[in-house]
Design a protein. Structure first.
Length: 152
């Protein structure tokens, strides 16, 4: 039941706030990443496989994989916070389980425990083939701190 609830979209206001923040991230733009799902405590980020972000063996570089994973976790937490809050990563660990190959990747950030100050998330990255076949290529855990939005 929890998975079904999390797969529901966030409110229009939350989706707009997350999308607006995501649009300010030049790295995500460089990677060609897009937000594929924004739900309460759950965000999916999908970048295409592009030659500019591969390593010497033709797989997506671990740095690009880590970047989309970090952002997916951060935005998952942001969906649960008020408009005056932002998030910063305190720590994350990622296990690279298989070469990040495929038509595209899908990073999934899921809130495990929201908190007033610290929030813990589960991170997953799947390699998705053109036919839709999926393979888990990375997983991890992340801790974020909630901070006040800077005054304009």
């Amino acid at each position: 039941m929890e998975d079904r609830i999390q797969r529901q979209p966030a409110s229009p206001a939350v989706r707009k706030r997350v999308q607006d923040s995501f649009d300010l991230q030049s790295l995500m733009s460089h990677l060609g990443a897009r937000l594929a799902h924004i739900g309460p405590g759950l965000v999916h980020i999908v970048p295409p496989a592009r030659p500019e972000v591969t390593q010497q063996h033709g797989c997506i570089h671990a740095g690009a994989t880590s970047a989309i994973t970090d952002s997916a976790g951060g935005y998952a937490a942001l969906t649960l916070f008020d408009e005056e809050s932002e998030v910063l990563t305190v720590e994350y660990k990622i296990n690279l389980l298989a070469p990040a190959a495929g038509h595209h990747l899908e990073a999934i950030g899921t809130v495990l425990k929201p908190g007033r100050t610290l929030t813990v998330r589960r991170l997953e990255v799947h390699g998705v083939q053109a036919d839709g076949a999926r393979k888990l290529v990375a997983n991890g855990q992340q801790t974020l701190i909630r901070v006040s939005r800077p005054a304009a």
